[in-house]
Design a protein around this ligand. Structure first.
Ligand code: FAD
Length: 243
């Protein structure tokens, strides 16, 4: 019943498994050094060594206030992500300023594929049972195709977007800021929003000075760009991300 396990987990806040696998060492300090270099004639070693945490924080605040974003490109973050749907991975890979490696449905068999169930479907027992039945039938048809000599690369055409996938993603901090602006927003779809929020939480643990400014557009830019489509929760979002 592995199939059903993930389906049940989706209802939790963080059904997916997101790990920060690696990041540039001392990200806050590297960014502050790169930025300080632009405005100083000191050598780089002295700039780096002279940066206390207080000075680093002050410099990053200054960068943000003047919109000087390129220094944050010098630090990168690599995430290992498991247990997301192909719906979400497809939205994720639309972010082009990044590197990706995703589990292949061409080389890896989807016999016994895991699948993700959206909470709204899961909360309705009848709909959830029909959904589960649909996944089981899809699984049976996939197995039938493979058992009758159809290669995995062709059998995969019948697999649903609900299929669970794994992906390794590397983004620099500037690209992550853009990703968080779009995907932490209440207007983003729930699963990718959960993913973005978890990635932001992990970034804040290792680079709190840089990422204290990150979040949905209303937090990062100070105003909601959604016009009439706004979620109307500006104050709540400020508290959630800046609190
Ligand atoms: C709520 C929501 C709804 C969406 N709906 C749809 C939809 O219906 N259909 C759809 O196709 N997509 C949709 N998208 C995806 C969206 O259009 C973007 O493709 C995705 O969010 C990636 O954003 P990005 O291009 O800013 O990121 P990246 O690709 O990482 O690019 C980062 C930044 O680099 C610059 N850049 C990158 N490439 C170029 C380029 N070729 N030319 C100029 N500048 C560039 C831009 O400034 C860009 O913002 C949606 C996204 C969201 C958040």
């Amino acid at each position: 019943m592995l199939l059903y396990r993930l389906s049940l987990l989706y209802g939790d806040d963080f059904p997916m498994n997101v790990q920060l696998l690696a990041h540039t060492p001392d990200p806050d300090k590297v960014v502050a050094t790169a930025a300080k270099l632009c405005y100083s004639d000191s050598d780089i070693g002295s700039l780096y060594d002279g940066l206390t945490e207080e000075k680093t924080a002050k410099f990053i605040d200054m960068l943000v206030s003047i919109g000087h974003e390129s220094p944050i490109e010098h630090v990168s973050f690599t995430f290992g992500i498991e247990g997301i749907s192909r719906v979400t991975s497809h939205q994720l890979v639309r972010h082009r300023i990044a590197s990706y490696s995703q589990k292949s449905q061409r080389y890896v068999s989807e016999a016994q594929f895991d699948f993700i169930t959206p909470p709204l479907i899961e909360s309705d027992p009848n709909m959830n049972a029909m959904y589960f039945e649909y996944m089981m039938r899809t699984q049976q048809f996939y197995d039938y195709l493979v058992d009758h000599g159809i290669p995995k690369e062709d059998a995969r055409y019948i697999l649903p977007n609900a299929c669970s996938t794994s992906i390794v993603v590397t983004m620099n901090a500037r690209s992550l800021f853009n990703f968080f602006k779009h995907r932490c927003c209440n207007r983003a779809q729930e699963e990718i929003r959960n993913l973005a929020n978890e990635m932001l939480r992990l970034c804040k643990e290792v680079a709190p000075l840089i990422f204290k400014y990150a979040g949905p557009s209303c937090v990062a830019m100070g105003k909601c760009p959604e016009g009439k489509m706004t979620c109307g929760k500006y104050n709540e979002m400020q508290r959630k991300y800046k609190g």
